[in-house]
Design a protein around this ligand. Structure first.
Ligand code: ATP
Ligand code: MG
Length: 337
């Protein structure tokens, strides 16, 4: 049956890219089919996280899910580490995935930087854990930003190789369905405000590079004012934007937040400089994000409420995951008395 699953790492401040590329998509699909959305704390620790902050970061992401409009009665919202089966299936998949597949992963190359020998082994096998996250629920639809496309392809490779190596329970078709990435919406790749060629990221050391979901109106306006741009006025065609990544990004953000097409935004602002466009963009951003920020802050003052949601979500997730893990163990041939 169709099932949607996705997650966001508990690795820092949620930003506009997470909101447009991921959160809004989860919310859009939550009533169409069963939806499981987790806070990826196992993924977060592939890069050191302060243990004193990790649980708070986990609650913060859960607050963002709720503030963005996920309904915990329909979507199961849970911490990844609370469903132990993720880790166990990831080990089995570490033995299915090939080194050559992981060697091609561009996210590892970007995140490990110049000294890849100093990166954690977990950062390297991150996409294998992601395959386990998805296949543990036999998910068919995975809404993500464009940066996750390569990892989703690896998940499909893991599923196909597992199916090929271990078969399926008697009389059933392939055990793991091949999941489809759902990379949709107007802003599947929001770029950094400081560099139009780098994606906006939680882990970017520059806070000026991103609009955080917890930024207030003044911070949003200041970051947009300081955003890197070129000196030209806005053009009147989308083609003319292609060679101007920073300008293109700001127009794309405006369009996504105002629920308008990029062409429509250009039709209004063509010929105007950033002196006029940036304050207009700041206004649109504050208008769209203000209510989400306010609701997030309210929820973060009520950790008991968030914990109830996470606990209930973890139970519902485990109820789906455990039988899949049990069958996987049987197919692999593990002892079971
Ligand atoms: P980190 O820098 O720690 O990897 P991140 O900002 O990339 O953080 P993730 O938790 O890795 O955030 O990703 C959560 C979801 O947000 C994924 O679906 C990812 O594709 C999406 N996403 C992340 N950055 C962007 C972006 N700039 N534009 C659109 N979607 C994004
Ligand atoms: Mg990421």
């Amino acid at each position: 049956q169709p099932l949607t699953l996705s997650g966001i790492q508990a690795s820092g401040s949620l930003h506009l890219g997470n909101y447009l590329g991921a959160l809004k998509r989860f919310v859009a699909g939550q009533h169409d089919q069963p939806t499981f959305v987790f806070v990826a704390d196992l993924h977060a620790i592939t890069v050191w996280q302060d243990p004193a902050l990790l649980a708070a970061q986990t609650r913060e992401i859960a607050a963002a899910y709720l503030a963005a409009g996920l309904d915990p009665k329909s979507a199961a919202i849970f911490p990844q580490s609370a469903v132990r089966a993720h880790t166990e299936l990831a080990w089995i998949f570490n033995c299915v995935a090939r080194l050559g597949w992981l060697d091609r992963m561009t996210q590892f190359k970007e995140k490990s930087g110049k000294h890849k020998e100093r990166a954690s082994v977990g950062l390297y096998t991150y996409p294998v854990l992601q395959a386990a996250d998805i296949l543990l629920y036999r998910a068919t639809h995975v809404p993500v930003g464009a940066d996750q496309k390569q990892h989703l392809e690896l998940t499909r490779d893991v599923a196909a190789k597992f199916n090929n190596d271990y078969g399926a329970p008697a009389g059933q078709p392939d055990f793991f369905p091949l999941p489809e990435p759902v990379i949709q919406g107007p802003a599947t790749r929001v770029m950094s405000l400081r560099d139009g060629l780098a994606k906006m990221s939680k882990s970017d050391p520059s806070d000026l590079s991103r609009i955080n979901l917890l930024d207030d109106a003044d911070a949003i306006a200041a970051k947009i004012r300081k955003a890197k741009t070129d000196p030209e006025p806005l053009p009147d065609t989308l083609e003319a934007l292609e060679a101007r990544p920073e300008a293109k990004n700001l127009v794309a953000i405006y369009a996504a937040l105002a629920d308008r097409s990029e062409a429509d935004v250009l039709a209004e602002y063509a010929g105007q400089g950033f002196g006029a466009f940036k304050p207009a963009l700041a206004e649109v951003a504050v208008h769209a994000l203000g209510p989400v920020t306010a609701e997030m802050r309210r929820l973060m003052n009520d950790p008991a409420e968030i914990d109830r949601v996470l606990k209930d979500g973890a139970q519902r997730a485990a109820a789906v995951a455990e039988p899949v893990l049990a069958e996987t163990r049987r197919l692999v041939g593990f002892w079971n008395a």
